[in-house]
Design a protein around this ligand. Structure first.
Ligand code: SAM
Length: 427
């Protein structure tokens, strides 16, 4: 039975409104705020956590619409009640015992309230500046379709670790366990789950047979296409989502350097590569992109991946709060960082080696803007067609010279990537 078909408790709504209030300050990412609240309130059960998280994410996705409906200064509880009534379509009887008589009168009014269409940004449920930026590369209809696809929850994708298992075996095991899943449309190592089962304790997760990784992110690993015995650098490795994939593609041979400036993120990588059975990964904490530890590898790498820090706007399905947390100023800061990282990373690539620049942004300035400026300044590099690189690995996905993924067109997060090959030793 769905949660809204049975009465939620008063206490549950109080928790949901509390978390929502903290999320709406936008001081911390929503997932961090939710995890902290659940850690501090261990009595909240699995099902109720699901209810709270779904309500909070639903409200953050449609915040502009909801505020137009109930007022710009509406309190978290007001937004929550309006969301349950209009967003979730709760019937009035669900509010009995949960909302006061005055609130229930107000909710009836909200249920009947009509709104005009609003501006394009309002219909897309995003800030004005973001809609304006996206209009540079989308017409209005495409922008709205994109916005709606970003406002739907994402499916849960896994990547099978080819060092430990294969996709058919994992799918067969899931079938036996009653877990509904099928192959991803593009990634030969991808599995898409029908629901969101908790898999952290699944024996095949514990033995490293699979990892959670969006299909779009997996396709970036295939664009890098590292081979056995090579020297590969994952310049912005973070907690290692792509490092693990690259390590497996290299069959745990060669040397795979995982750089990052965040000690906390790199620390999360270590148990993951142990579980994945990888012995070729070398995590390296760097102070910045020009660190001496980076320079030591100048001209030595066969492959360098720059999975650049970015606005993250391609991941709004999972992180809807980012559209309210990012600003034109924060994007401008990212651009400077992205250019500097790509510049330093390029120095590591040996003649004939490849550099892959990738983001999970949908903004042209963080994507084509950075790559175009790089190519103009570095005649030693030429672009290789992303579609060709994928086709050679049996992946039929042609988005042109550069990879451009969106939830609307590919049912993945939004990703961008360009493959750049060093043709000359000197510049
Ligand atoms: C998009 S995330 C990487 C995600 C990761 N590759 C994955 O697949 O899970 C970008 C990463 O760049 C790191 N970063 C930021 N500035 C950096 C710099 N100057 N040099 C290297 N990494 C940096 C951040 O700490 C963050 O972990």
């Amino acid at each position: 039975m769905a949660r809204h078909e049975e009465a939620a408790s008063r206490g549950l709504l109080i928790h949901a409104a509390q978390v929502l209030g903290a999320v709406l300050t936008f001081e911390h990412p929503a997932d961090v705020v939710l995890s902290r609240h659940f850690r501090e309130n261990r009595e909240i059960g699995h099902r109720d956590r699901g209810f709270i998280a779904e309500a909070v994410y639903g409200i953050v996705r449609r915040l502009r619409w909801l505020r137009r409906l109930v007022g710009e200064d509406a309190r978290p509880r007001t937004l929550l009640l309006a969301w349950l009534a209009r967003g979730e379509g709760w019937p009035m009887r669900n509010f009995e015992g949960l909302a006061s008589a005055t609130e229930r009168d107000w909710i009836s009014g909200i249920k009947a309230k009509e709104l005009d269409d609003g501006s394009l940004a309002e219909r897309a449920d995003m800030p004005d500046w973001l809609a304006e930026r996206l209009l540079a590369t989308h017409d209005e209809a495409a922008l709205l379709e994109l916005a709606h696809s970003l406002n739907r929850p994402a499916s849960l994708d896994l990547r099978v670790n080819v060092l430990k298992s294969d996709r058919d075996k994992v799918l067969a095991a899931f079938k036996e366990n009653g877990i509904q899943a099928g192959p991803c449309p593009y990634s030969p190592q991808g599995i898409r789950l029908a629901g969101k089962p908790a898999l952290q304790k699944h024996p095949l997760f514990l033995d490293g047979s699979f990892e959670v990784q969006d299909e779009g992110s997996q396709l970036l690993g295939f664009l890098v296409q590292p081979k056995r015995g090579e020297l590969v650098v994952d310049f912005c490795a973070g907690a290692g989502g792509k490092t693990l994939q690259l390590g497996a593609l290299m069959r745990s041979t060669g040397r795979l350097y995982a750089f990052d400036v965040s000690e906390k993120r790199l620390a999360k990588l270590k148990p993951r590569f142990a579980r994945a059975g990888l012995s070729n990964v070398h995590p390296v904490l760097i102070a910045h992109e020009r660190d001496a530890k980076v320079k030591r590898l100048a001209g030595k790498a066969d492959r360098v991946l720059v999975d650049a820090p970015c606005s993250g706007l391609g991941t709004l399905r999972r992180n809807p709060d980012l559209k309210w947390r990012q600003t034109p100023e924060s994007v401008a800061e990212m651009l400077a960082k992205q250019g500097a990282i790509l510049e330093s990373a390029a120095r590591l690539v040996k003649p004939g080696g490849r550099l892959v620049y990738a983001t999970c942004s949908l903004l042209a300035e963080e994507n084509d803007g950075i790559v175009d400026a790089f190519l103009a300044a570095h005649p030693a590099f030429r672009q290789v067609s992303a579609a060709d690189v994928l086709a050679k690995q049996g992946i039929a996905l042609d988005t042109g010279e550069r990879l451009r993924l969106t939830p609307r067109a590919h049912d993945t997060d939004g990703f961008f990537a360009a493959v750049l090959e060093r043709v000359d030793a000197v510049e």
